[in-house]
Design a binder for this molecule. Structure first.
Ligand code: HEM
Length: 402
């Protein structure tokens, strides 16, 4: 048998998918001393860790608290559900369609207009990293002229969370961001309490839970989570859609010709190259997984990126295919059936439909504005990252519209 792959090794970072295969086949349960965590890689085990209520996310606290404060990701039970319900309506249905779809369309258009006449662009640096964070800042009703500040802040929060190798500078930057965001947000929160508007931040500031509103600090933590969770993931997803389509020109042509395929391209991208590769859970009692028993209280790292390539679950799992028969995401609420990129269960991504709306608008507008889209010479669109992962750059060429 091959040696068990080490998640923190350079070989793993260069191509985690090869290591995932070895893990699924030979080491479905690994104890990682450095991470002080078990690692599971099979679809069945990752699914179980998300769905079985024996698993909690309590162990997130040490990881998330220093940079965010206390967020819904660290909560369970009623504490979690009442707070999650405060933002959920904004991210789906009528409120999303009527109030926020124009915000999404405007932000996509503004970014694309800035490079559409150039004939070349880096779709990561000039579009994907800006689009979702700008949307969430606008949804919260924060000043548009501060887009760049929020971009800096979310980037440094994500850096902190993905800092598996404990680089001290990255840690320090994340902690500094917590201070800066608090110094910026607390006065805004106090102002919004006194003069609420029609935005998501006002909704958070005025909502009553058991007769009281959330504290300034709790609201700031919520905003911090929304910036990171909504910015980073959709950034990686939109870059991933184009990366995967550009690597399969026949599929790019098919999607360009039939826009009904855009949701399938999104769903298949989330399966094939998910933005979030790993998330943590903790069993509250001893639990059986493939390969052995995990004792209560131990941390389990769930490899979404591996589960989504499990041949036991998907035919021809290592092939990107927008025509895959088991893709049903064209129907909005079935996202959970196709892949584990949004997790499952209590913490299933509350922004999944917002992300879907963003991707559909972004991909359609880019396809309309950029004819003859092709990878620029020398662009390898290599993926980077362990916790979240996506192409570091995506330089493309196209025929500028006349
Ligand atoms: C939760 C992925 C977009 C907000 C999650 C989780 C995953 C995920 C895997 C579960 C985390 C865990 O249990 O540890 C994604 C992906 C996205 C995306 C792949 C894009 C393609 C968004 C957007 C927002 C958002 C646009 C909204 C601004 C959240 C929040 C949670 C969450 C607040 C915590 C939910 C809870 O604890 O109940 N997301 N997400 N996400 N996501 Fe997303």
């Amino acid at each position: 048998a091959q040696q068990a792959p080490d998640i923190l090794s350079p070989a793993f970072a260069a191509d985690p998918y090869a290591s995932y295969r070895v893990m699924r086949e030979q080491y479905p349960l690994i104890w990682h001393e450095g991470m002080q965590s078990y690692i599971v890689s099979r679809y069945a085990d990752v699914e179980k860790a998300f769905k079985d209520p024996v698993f909690t996310s309590d162990n997130y606290d040490w990881q998330l608290e220093p940079v965010h404060g206390r967020t819904i990701l660290q909560m369970g039970g009623r504490e979690h559900s009442v707070r999650r319900a405060l933002v959920a309506p904004a991210f789906r249905g009528k409120e999303l369609q009527e109030k926020f779809l124009p915000v999404i369309e405007r932000n996509a258009r503004e970014l694309i207009e800035a490079f559409a006449a150039d004939g070349s662009a880096d779709l990561v640096a000039q579009f994907a990293t800006w689009f979702p964070i700008n949307v969430i800042v606008d949804m919260l009703g924060l000043p548009r002229e501060d887009h760049a500040r929020f971009h800096g802040w979310y980037t440094s929060i994500i850096g902190f969370l993905g800092n598996l190798t404990q680089d001290p500078e990255v840690t320090a930057a994340g902690l500094r961001t917590r201070e800066e965001l608090a110094a910026y947000m607390i006065p805004v929160i106090q102002e919004r309490r006194a003069n609420p508007g029609d935005d998501l931040l006002s909704a958070l500031c005025t909502a009553e839970i058991d007769g009281t509103t959330m504290s300034d600090e709790d609201i700031k933590a919520f905003v911090s989570l929304l910036l990171a969770a909504g910015g980073e993931t959709t950034d990686k997803a939109i870059a991933g859609v184009f990366r995967n389509l550009l690597a399969n020109p026949d599929q790019l042509a098919a999607v360009r010709a039939d826009r009904e395929l855009v949701p399938a391209a999104f769903a298949e991208t989330l399966r094939f190259t998910p933005p979030v590769h790993m998330i943590m859970r903790q069993p509250s009692a001893d639990v059986e997984l493939s390969g052995g028993t995990v004792a209560a209280g131990k941390t389990v790292t769930c490899l979404i990126g591996s589960a989504n390539r499990d041949g036991e679950r998907y035919a021809d799992a290592d092939r990107f295919d927008v025509f895959r028969q088991d893709l049903t995401t064209a129907n909005a609420f079935s996202a959970a059936a196709d892949h584990l990129a949004f997790a499952l269960g209590r913490h299933f991504c509350v922004g999944a439909l917002l992300a879907k709306a963003e991707i559909e608008v972004g991909v359609n507008q880019l396809l309309d504005a950029l004819p003859d889209l092709a990878l620029a010479e020398g662009e390898t669109a290599e993926e980077q990252g362990l916790f979240t992962r996506g192409p570091a750059s995506l330089r493309v060429t196209f025929t500028p519209k006349g």
